[in-house]
Ligand binder design. Structure first.
Ligand code: KG4
Ligand code: ZN
Length: 368
């Protein structure tokens, strides 16, 4: 491992992080674990490239990452005021995600690491999300994480660096994906989440009672595909639907999702208490869906009812970013020497590899 610069605090490390697993091209320089300082955090969203297709197109995403990543990295280094000499390692997402983008980011990171003679850390994107609350809120292990984004919907027990247990997951669509598909169905623009939320604010939540899939079953798994289908059925019956009906459907949908997440959160917190009696339970929420005010409020209430602490990192660090990748790199390096030069990018990469494949049905990896 390379030496730590003298002006660094204790054994702090300065790490360049790179994230390209979906439709954000991002680079960031973070110093930690003691400083916990985000020296730069550059994110370039590809929403404009994908809007006309109503979703992320993998080939377009990979091409856009190639075109812009060099500049994003240079900008992150410049804003951090860092030269390569001050960087201790390069960390990049090595999966799970859209494989074209992951290859672009991880190979670029390997090239930089080789040229600058620094160690490379291949970070699991989900590990980035899982450890973010330690960067933002200095959280101690263990804690619960509810990750709800366009690609992932899962409850994770975060026990330590590299020690994660997936307690439950969606067996079909991710929550954000369900929001996006619902929006598309109702003629609202992509990405759908914010538009559905805006319409829902004007809707009558009582008009359509949509299902709460899987809640009759124990455990922490979730399902959102049936909800979307139920909504489609209702919409079809009333065609052509007016704006108020769209708003009412959005309100019903959003309430249903919030109920499912809150109910499962309560069970997750109970599970936590049984597992760690005497440890105050903490639930962290991350992912783009965490921007939703009704969902946030429901989760906060669920945590309050369970006597648990609710932590929601700032939105910019909840959604895909490279600061979380740099931070995960710091945590991994802190735990011992790392050299992932021979690691290959992977589209699927469950955090708890020991339990991988147990589920059998439903999506895995990036969508799990
Ligand atoms: O974490 P994120 O930015 O990217 C990944 O998917 O990794 O999450 C994006 C997802 C999209 O599906 C988007 O529709 C959803 O988060 N989203 C929302 C809201 N804002 C973004 N869903 C519900 N309500 C919102 N306000
Ligand atoms: Zn993500």
């Amino acid at each position: 491992m390379t030496s730590v610069n003298s002006h660094h605090n204790g054994s702090d490390l300065t790490v360049l992080g790179i994230e390209t697993s979906c439709d954000e091209t991002a680079a960031s320089v973070v110093r930690g674990p003691f400083d916990r300082a985000i020296l730069s955090n550059v994110i370039r969203s590809q929403i404009d490239e994908h809007t006309e297709f109503g979703g992320v197109v993998p080939e377009i995403a990979a091409r856009a990452h190639i075109e812009i990543l060099d500049r994003i990295v240079a900008q992150a280094m410049r804003e951090a005021g860092c030269g390569w000499n001050e960087i201790d390692a390069v960390a990049a997402t090595a999966g799970p995600g859209l494989i074209g983008g992951v290859i672009v980011g991880f190979m670029t990171a390997k090239a930089i690491a080789m040229a600058a003679n620094k160690p490379i850390v291949g970070v699991n994107h989900l590990e980035g999300h899982a450890l973010t609350a330690r960067l933002t809120d200095d959280l101690e292990f263990p804690f619960l994480l509810l990750l709800v984004s366009g690609g992932h919907s899962q409850f994770l027990l975060v026990k330590g660096v590299g020690d994660y247990e997936r307690l439950g997951t969606t067996i079909d669509d991710a929550v954000g994906e369900a929001f996006d598909k619902t929006a598309k169905l109702l003629g609202l623009p992509y990405p759908g989440g914010p538009h559905v939320e805006k319409m829902a604010a004007r809707g009558d939540v009582e008009r359509f009672r949509l299902p709460r899939p899987l809640l009759d079953r124990p455990g922490l798994d979730m399902s959102f595909a049936g909800l979307k289908t139920a909504l489609r059925t209702q919409a079809k019956k009333l065609e052509p639907i007016d704006e108020q009906t769209v708003a009412d459907l959005c309100a019903g949908f959003q309430r249903s999702v919030a109920d499912v997440l809150a109910t499962r959160t309560k069970s997750a917190l109970e599970m936590f208490r049984q597992r760690y009696p005497g440890t105050a339970p903490v639930i962290v929420v991350a992912g783009g869906v965490a921007a939703n005010k009704e969902i946030r409020a429901s989760l906060l209430t669920a945590a309050d009812d369970a006597g648990a602490q609710f932590v929601a990192p700032p939105l910019k660090l909840c959604t895909d970013n490279a600061a979380m990748i740099a931070w995960a790199g710091i945590e991994r390096l802190q735990a011992g020497p790392v050299n992932d030069m021979s690691l290959s990018p992977r589209p699927r990469w469950p955090l708890d590899e020991a339990n991988a494949g147990v589920l059998g049905a439903g999506k895995k990896g990036a969508k799990a």
